[in-house]
Write a protein that binds this ligand. Structure first.
Ligand code: TRP
Ligand code: SF4
Length: 529
């Protein structure tokens, strides 16, 4: 059991005794690598926070109106910038949710998490988008167009059966949407090969089409903002985080203006800025006490000491401060001219109210907050024909454990349940699943089961209990309290799974027409496989 799930339990019991939605995460500390085309396992979710800067979902949860059960149960464990989306939801402002599916096989219960997340955001009033990543499936996974068409239909039917409203929302396939391709092309001019090499491990062997599928995904992620910039959440597994980070970077690079904090007229990078901020905080307090004049750059250079690592940043910051000499050190927000036309830059200068200083390639404002500055920059950009993208947000769900233990893998049918499985097979797979039970019934009664390490409990928490927290908690408590034995528990889960599959497949039949009418091309028209 990893520590994050334990502490999650503490948090949850502190608030309201909710069952843990944690997975039976594998023990063992291999490094986390986030690889969108590799095998999707995460041995330690904590590392995603520490190494990649994904934030814990618990931290925004209180701000989400009427959160989804996957959020309440910690299945959605992480996010980037989701607060923006939660704020928009609460304030009835526009927001969007988008995710994409590679049609490489049958949709399974792992995909259902993402379908549900998109649908929930749609029901909360968001613009909802689901796309079929056919270019990616073809270029990165070698799927033929005929296979892609078949799987695409299956994904879409399940999405509609689970409640996606195609009249309100948008469905498309990557290959069939001209706007996406155009946007991909524009975004591609902000990224180069070395960058893709670093992020994805691409090499000289990587096909150009695979790279094209990457810029296409970047365009997918920003697509909801083509008409109007708005907070957009991308619900995905953590393996997709490299894509999210690149999309956030590209969104910023496309902008006319960059907005940063600054302390003096010279440019500083993020590390240097931290030093400047620290120096300013320390010295301005002193100056206030003693009634001395403004804090000057050279004073800050003196203040920065050798212990302040990293070395490079310290040396470069001190050098810049010395060169600036008597210039006062003063916090401000800076608008950098990135891609603006001269007119747009002039317009921005005019629009900055209060005290400002204008330089060749930037404007400093002493009165605006960073948020106000970003808002203003976006307005001016939009007025002058730019996109004005808001950095896309993301939420990350835990991967489900395979029913046979280990990871859930589409190549091992017994390890997962397809949404197309015969309901009887679904029943049988659950009955045959590994559990977190003890060797004997006696021990189970004495010690309780290990629900946190049990794929069957996961089925309850992620799917079978649906919105019913009481029920999920009951299963959990009875299990760890030794009142629940695995045989009966699996029987109950297996029956629920059978019912779910029967019901889902019936709904799939019912939405056939809806899919035919939906505005998405279902058949590829390609000359080669
Ligand atoms: N790369 C995703 C996957 O492997 C599919 C995808 C394509 C996607 N475009 C997207 C996911 C945009 C989220 C947002 O499943
Ligand atoms: Fe898993 Fe149920 Fe057994 Fe508990 S009782 S270990 S939840 S199968």
């Amino acid at each position: 059991m990893t520590r994050d799930t334990d502490s999650q339990r503490e948090d949850e019991t502190a608030k309201e005794p909710l069952p843990d939605g944690g997975t039976a995460a594998e023990e063992g500390g291999d490094d986390v690598a986030l690889d969108p085309w590799g095998s999707a396992t995460v041995s330690d979710y904590r590392k995603l926070f520490e190494e990649f800067g994904i934030e814990e979902f618990d931290e925004v949860l209180p701000e989400v109106p009427d959160p989804h059960y996957l959020m309440r149960r910690g299945v959605i464990f992480g996010h980037r910038d989701y607060r923006r989306v939660a704020d928009a939801m609460r304030d009835d402002e526009p927001f969007a949710a988008l995710s994409g599916f590679m049609p490489t096989g049958d949709p399974h219960i792992g995909h259902k998490l993402v379908f549900d997340e998109i649908i929930w955001h749609q029901q909360q009033g968001g613009d909802a988008y689901a796309l079929i990543a056919d270019l990616e499936a073809h270029s990165a996974r070698g799927m033929t167009w005929a296979e892609i068409d078949q799987h695409a239909r299956d994904y879409l039917l399940s999405l509609l059966a689970l409640g996606f409203d195609p009249e309100e929302g948008t469905l498309y396939r990557q290959s069939g949407d001209r706007d996406v391709q155009d946007l991909a092309f524009e975004l591609g001019s902000e990224a180069n090969f070395s960058e893709l090499e670093n992020i994805y491990g691409f090499s000289g062997e990587t096909s150009v089409s695979h790279m094209q599928s990457v810029v296409t995904q970047m365009a997918d992620i920003l697509y909801p903002q083509l008409d109007e910039p708005k907070p957009t959440v991308i619900p995905v597994g953590p393996d997709q985080d490299p894509h999210v980070r690149l999309a956030r970077d590209l969104a910023a690079r496309m902008g006319y203006f960059g907005v940063t904090k600054a302390y003096a007229s010279f440019e500083a990078d993020a590390e240097e800025r931290e030093l400047l901020a620290a120096a300013y905080a320390a010295l301005s307090e002193e100056a206030e006490g003693s009634g001395d004049g403004p804090v000057r750059c050279e004073d800050a250079a003196d203040w920065i000491t050798d212990e302040m690592a990293p070395d490079d940043a310290r040396e470069s910051a001190t050098k810049k401060l010395r060169e600036a000499g008597k210039e006062p050190l003063r916090p401000r927000v800076r608008f950098l001219d990135r891609n603006a036309t001269d007119e747009a830059f002039e317009a921005l200068i005019d629009a900055v109210e209060g005290e400002k200083r204008v330089f060749d390639e930037h404007v400093d404002s002493f009165d605006l907050s960073r948020e106000e500055a970003e808002e203003l920059a976006r307005e001016v950009e939009l007025d002058h024909g730019g996109y004005g993208f808001v950095a896309p947000s993301s939420i990350y769900h835990r991967f489900m454990t395979g029913l046979t233990g280990g990871k859930m893998s589409s190549s091992v049918p017994a390890s997962h349940i397809s949404l197309l499985d015969d309901p009887e097979d679904g029943y049988d797979k659950v009955k045959a699943a590994t559990t977190g039970g003890r060797e004997t019934a006696e021990k189970q009664r004495e010690l309780g089961g290990k629900a946190d390490e049990c794929p069957v409990y996961e089925l309850y928490a992620y799917l079978l209990a649906g919105d019913d927290d009481e029920f999920a908690k009951e299963v959990y408590d009875e299990c760890v309290g030794g009142e629940r034995l695995c045989g009966d528990c699996k029987e109950q889960a297996a029956q629920l799974m059978r019912e779910f599959l029967e019901d889902h497949q019936e709904k799939r039949e019912e939405v056939q027409d809806l899919l035919e009418q939906a505005d998405i091309q279902l058949d590829s028209d390609r000359k080669r496989d």
